[in-house]
Design a protein around this ligand. Sequence first.
Ligand code: GBH
Length: 469
Amino acid sequence: RGATLTEGRADFPADFVWGAATASYQIEGAAKEDGRGLSIWDTFSGTPGKVAGGDTGDVACDHYFRYADDVRLMSDLGLAAYRFSVAWPRIQADGTGLVNSRGLDFYSRLVDKLLEAGITPYVTLYHWDLPQALEDAGGWPERDTAYRFADYARAVHARLGDRVQHWTTLNEPWVAAFLGYGNGVHAPGRREPAAAFRAAHHLLLGHGLAARALREAGAEEIGLALNLSPVITPAQVGDPAAVASLEDAEAVGRIDTLLTRQFLDPALRGEYPAELLAMIERNGGLAHIRDGDLEIINQPIEVIGINYYNPCVVESGPGQAADEAWPGSEDVRFCSVDDVPATAMGWPIVPNGLSRLLVRLADDYPEAGLVITENGAAFEDVVEDGRVHDVGRTGYLDHHLRAVHAAIADGADVRGYLVWSLLDNFEWAYGYGRRFGIVHVDFDTQRRLFKDSALWYREVIKQNGLRGN
Ligand code: GBH
């Protein structure tokens, strides 16, 4: 079945939304402009040893000053939608209290430019740049942060809600909680598994409170974007139908509980899986989960945003030095996948993993529609005579779009696809050393250049699908 990727035409539904995505800290730069406060990523990237090459987002793609040019690029590509995130410390320097209108002005100008170009804005309220002052007060492991987030969401909606209909509360709360507070690979760099579970719950609580506030204010579409992967055994990489042993199935279930069900069960069904509660119990306890929280978290939402890069491949057995990002799963082994090609991140390329994921979500969580809020790949690009022949990236995108098409044919309600990313940018702990853009950025001159994948994507959008090869 891995071979059913047809090379023929793939036409998408007439109302399918094509776009691209970015995030504030990864592209904006202008770290001290117009009253912006510090975020945990300023602190983290400014701490020696945390980010490769000592890179920071101080300048990044200078998008704060070049947004008009960047919207022109999007328009040239024919994008129907652009997903960006709002930097909380531009709106409230300390994460609380008075709203900074100069910060809101920037996003208001950006939204106007997008609308002038006929591009629909998709706004994400939190893509990891927590105001440092809130981290100083304890960060996401503290309950109060959830309430501060809802206040901030209300303030952004009050300014942009007359023009923005598509809202995402959080980007990848798993990453924010378990890489930020679990294994410390992301800001704020804490390594406390118990704090990671608390952070995850308070992120969810913040999602629920913000979703409720957005709804009351009239938001039409509310979503939650998660880093999702089908969790599979090594044999299932090549043969999705391969049957897992009982022990392996248990390992798969444990990781899926942490990655997927920890977020979607409470958000869409108002409950935590019993197995998850047992893991939290063993990692700091359950006292932070209060009566009534699950009702707050369980707000009706229209969209599950899916950020897909690769499957998660596991089997039963003692972990290779169990990572604090996966507390409660010490009996699981994470497997490297050697028999398929990988991206520059070392992530295996498994397009059928995306079909598998989409069909499963459609089955298990029919309450919400699906949007691919991120999908893309890093490769070692070379600029040659003003061109970037990124055949690897184009192939990756082509195969993943065919996987999306297959899932739609199987009945999954997938409404749009936003490529990660519009621009090469600050790739978190990897700094500028990994390039995910379909547009190349020269970080010395800030020159932008369409890679071949961008030219290919423009054609896909124009055709509303893929042509036969
Ligand atoms: C996304 O997250 C981000 O939203 C985006 O900002 C980023 O630039 C983009 O992807 C590319 O990285 O098994 O413990 O090793 C990436 C999601 C989740 C992918 C964690 C790698 C490794 C987890 N990532 N995953 S682990």
